[in-house]
Design a protein around this ligand. Sequence first.
Ligand code: SF4
Ligand code: SF4
Length: 182
Amino acid sequence: MTLEPNSVYEKIITELPDGEKLKSCLQCGNCTGSCPSATDMDYAPRGLFALIAAGQDEKVLRANTFWYCVSCYQCTVRCPQEIPITDIMYHLKHQAIEKGLYTTDAKDFSGTFIGMVEHFGRSFELGLAAGFHLLHHPLESVKMAPMALGMMSRGRLKLLPKRIKNMGQLRAILDKAKEIGA
Ligand code: SF4
Ligand code: SF4
């Protein structure tokens, strides 16, 4: 396959460590099947990679997919081709920012997630979903309440966030990462 210079595909392959592994994608769908955010994404990971290979760059960079990625690494662990999927999601965020192609809704979701990690050292699913939906789709949050209550009663969802033990260490790492990225 010939890579278009400066295309989304070419940038992943040349700029990201192990990015060239994306060429070996089998379209097996293990990534999509493992992704907790797949149902909210415009294109789940497998579909997004098909668009990237087809050179549909604008569709790719306007998608909410990588903004809804919560960096759980489940896709990366389960990919039979060891494609660094989570890292690709980060790379796509950078590409979308560089080209000014992103929606405010999607960026807000990502911002809420980052805020939680900075505050508690981990994601807090109930706060993440509630914060985002209350801001953008208040009616949706009411519809989601019965499901959330059911999950809470089965211990699958926590009512309050719990801060990790070594928050100071994590803050130092995050500060360093911001300093390097600035
Ligand atoms: S799990 Fe890996 S090989 Fe399978 S579709 Fe996803 S990226 Fe491609
Ligand atoms: S790392 Fe992102 S894309 Fe991969 S399974 Fe988790 S949320 Fe989905």
